[in-house]
Structure formats: C-alpha cells, structure tokens
Design a binder for this molecule. Structure first.
Ligand SMILES: Nc1ncnc2c1ncn2[C@@H]1O[C@H](COP(=O)(O)OP(=O)(O)OP(=O)(O)O)[C@@H](O)[C@H]1O
Ligand SMILES: [Mg+2]
Length: 239
C-alpha cells in the first residue's frame, strides 16, 4: 500500500520507457531536475499522449503564450507543491485550414507542463467527441461526458467541423455549459468564422463561449502548402 503522502510514481513499462527516453537524451533518469522549472518526466509523459505531428509544438503565438502565462499564474498549489490548474479563462483559436490552430493548442499544453503546472488534460476533436458519445449498447456515454466536463483542461479541436444535428448541438451545450458554470479552462479551435460557428453550435453555446473565452485569429497561409511561410518538415526539424 502507498504511504498517504507519497507521490504517484510511474510504474512498470512507462517508467522503463521514460528512463530509456531520458537516457537517449543524455539525461540521468535518477537525477532531480536542477535550476529550471521544467519537470522533465511530466513533459515526456505528456508528450507521449500528444499526436506525433505536434509533439514538438510551441505556443509561439503571442496571444496563446499570454493565455498560457495567465493559466499558469492562476494555478493553485497541489500535493507536492506544484501548481495545479484552477478556474481560468478559456481560449478560442479560429482560423482557416492549416494556419496552425492544433499546433498552438498542443503547444499550449506543452508550455503549461514545461512551466511546472500539474495538468490533467484531454484533447478530442469535435467529430470524435460526438462519435464517442453516441448512445450504443455497453457504453456509458453519460459518464464520458461527465469526465470531459470535469477535466481541468479540455481541448476541443475543430469545433463546427462535424456534421450538425440537434443531438450534436445538445451534447455541445451540455458539455460547454458545465465547463462554463465551473469556469474550467477550455481550449477550442475552429475553422469557422464567428457567425458560422454560432449557426453551427447554437446561440446558447456561442453566447457562453463569447463570455468565457479569449479569442485568437490565425490569419496566416496554409502551412501545409509547399513554400508556405514557417512550414517545417520533420526532417528539417531534427537536422
Ligand atoms: N508555429 C508553427 N511552427 C512550425 N510549424 C507549424 C506551426 N504552426 C503549424 N505548423 C505546422 O503546420 C501544419 C499545419 O498546422 P495545424 O495542423 O496546426 O493547422 P490547423 O490550423 O489545425 O489546420 P486544420 O484547420 O486543417 O485542422 C502542421 O504540420 C504543423 O505542424
Ligand atoms: Mg487542426
């Protein structure tokens, strides 16, 4: 049995994997990080949950970086002294295809963890969210909705991209209303302009988002197109 004040430790395969990654990066896995705020194992564990394409993402947009600082500063100390995510403002990142919305969202998670914030977070695309929550035998969608509603930081990627129905509007409303009521930070990305988003998610969700979220509009080129400014090839990134 674990002593009441002991911190949860990575176990088994995860611990071995982390030790291996640290060793390959020239870091002694048994050493304690010195001098900097970055909890390396926490960042590595989080990186393993971030999709490969965004594992090195940086929140380099000034407004996203400012939001990260605000959330980090509002954290309250948790067990072990590291600040945990508390109530905070949400962030809506809007922009056309390929402007870097998902990159900024995962970059924000990485920055928060790098800043030493203890972070329970989930990321889901709106389309996957509705697919996961669809009523089906043997699956407790209500429980999953509750978990998402309570998660300290939730990323909803591509809001407005899934096919609309009254049911999707109701699910979005129930999820966002709970997070709005509890003032939990939610990071939303969308390809839609505000008028189209309002039409897609309904007035009541749009009204809540409007109050709870800071807005960032990414208006650059599609970074997936060859020669787009700032496009980074994985090979170039590691060269
Ligand atoms: N600031 C950045 N620095 C380097 N690479 C970036 C940056 N922003 C985005 N990219 C890269 O550009 C590509 C497109 O970015 P991303 O997937 O975040 O766009 P998006 O706006 O989410 O697109 P969509 O609307 O289609 O979902 C990805 O390969 C991503 O890694
Ligand atoms: Mg995206």
């Amino acid at each position: 049995m674990r002593a009441p004040n002991a911190q949860p430790q990575p176990v088994g395969g995860l611990a071995r994997r982390l030790a291996h990654i640290l060793t390959t990066r020239g870091i002694d896995p048994t050493s304690t990080p010195q001098g900097g705020p970055e909890p390396v194992p926490a960042l590595l564990a989080a990186e393993s949950r971030i999709p490969a394409r965004y594992r090195g993402a940086t929140a380099d947009h000034p407004a996203v970086a400012a939001w990260v600082r605000e959330i980090a500063a509002a954290g309250r100390p948790g067990p072990g002294g590291a600040p945990g995510i508390a109530q905070g403002r949400s962030l809506l990142i809007a922009g056309t295809t390929g402007t870097g919305k998902t990159h900024q969202a995962y970059g924000a998670v990485r920055s928060l963890i790098g800043a030493g914030v203890r972070l329970r977070w989930k990321a889901v695309t709106a389309a996957d969210l509705y697919a996961d929550l669809r009523p089906r035998p043997g699956h407790d969608g209500e429980r999953e909705l509750r978990d998402l509603a309570r998660c300290p930081l939730l990323i909803i990627d591509d809001l407005g991209a899934a096919k609309y129905s009254e049911w999707t509007e109701e699910i979005t409303m129930r999820l966002m209303n709970r997070r709005y009521n509890e003032m939990l930070p939610t990071l939303v990305t969308t390809n839609l302009g505000m008028a189209d988003l309002r039409a897609h998610i309904g007035d009541r969700v749009a009204s809540r988002l409007n109050e709870m979220a800071d807005k960032v509009i990414l208006d650059g080129p599609d970074r997936r197109r060859p020669h787009a400014a700032g496009r980074r090839h994985p090979a170039a990134a590691t060269a």
